[in-house]
Design a protein around this ligand. Sequence first.
Ligand code: RIB
Ligand code: CA
Length: 312
Amino acid sequence: MEQKKIIIDTDPGHDDAIAILLALASPELEVIGITCVAGNAPLHLTEVNALRICELAGRKDVKVFSGCDRPMVRKLVTAEEVHGETGLDGPDWEEPNMELQPQHAVDWLVETLLDAEDQSITICPVGPLTNLGMALVREPAIASKIQAIVTMGGGYFVGGNVTPAAEFNIFVDPHAADVVYRSGIPIVAMPLDVTHKALMTKEWINTLSELGTEVGIKSAQMLTFYNRFDLARYGMAGSPVHDPATIAYLIEPDLYTGKDVYVEIETRSNLTMGMTVVDYWGARRKDPNCHWVSEVDDAGFFRLMYDRLATL
Ligand code: RIB
Ligand code: CA
């Protein structure tokens, strides 16, 4: 099987952590690097959390890079109310032995992509798009090297989760998102429209704990902490575990259904800043710039995650 080369751009973050574990547990994918960004927590925490997750997966070989510590234009907004003071509250974490790579994530992205064959690398941003946006501004020629951007972010039918209009990743850095959505690179978006249709239950979390492995136990501890916020906010039967949707899509795309649409990012209005303005019905007659995913086989998604995490 030819492995798909991917770069995960991330702000771990509990759901980011599960996405990273899922990717590292899946032989279909070759994680050639993990680039960290400020988002759920400040960069000095998200970078350490990325190292922790690689060590948890037994993958000290993975290259982890520190990237941008604030959005392109706006002031950084973080989400301690969801992810806790460490950005990965729940388990008792040791300090990681792994070290960050010395190169800045944006420099590594540019260098790696320029050296790559055309359309050979898939980028999976599951945090604010600052690193990728900055790399595209720095060196637009990297666009032709990217096979696709498979990203968690945005919302249309569901609206937002930070404001009524905006989802967190886009809200934190709408200007970077604007650069990415105007880039012409094929984009597959996993917005709240689909992540809110795969709700994680306490029972499912318990099946991870019952694996009895360090990955299973720590994943259950992370997700138990993470679950409380959305259960309280939405009063749903479970909480959306957003970021792994990008990785699950790469492994089993048939789990998902979407539509090619034109998406624009609001970067001016204070009321709707960071809104993904989705022309779902083609009113503007613009060529689509995104495959907007809105349906998921949720049972299949949780089966895939369980089966793969059980191998670590
Ligand atoms: O809105 C959900 C997204 O924001 C997820 O990527 C979560 O990790 C946070 O970054
Ligand atoms: Ca994230």
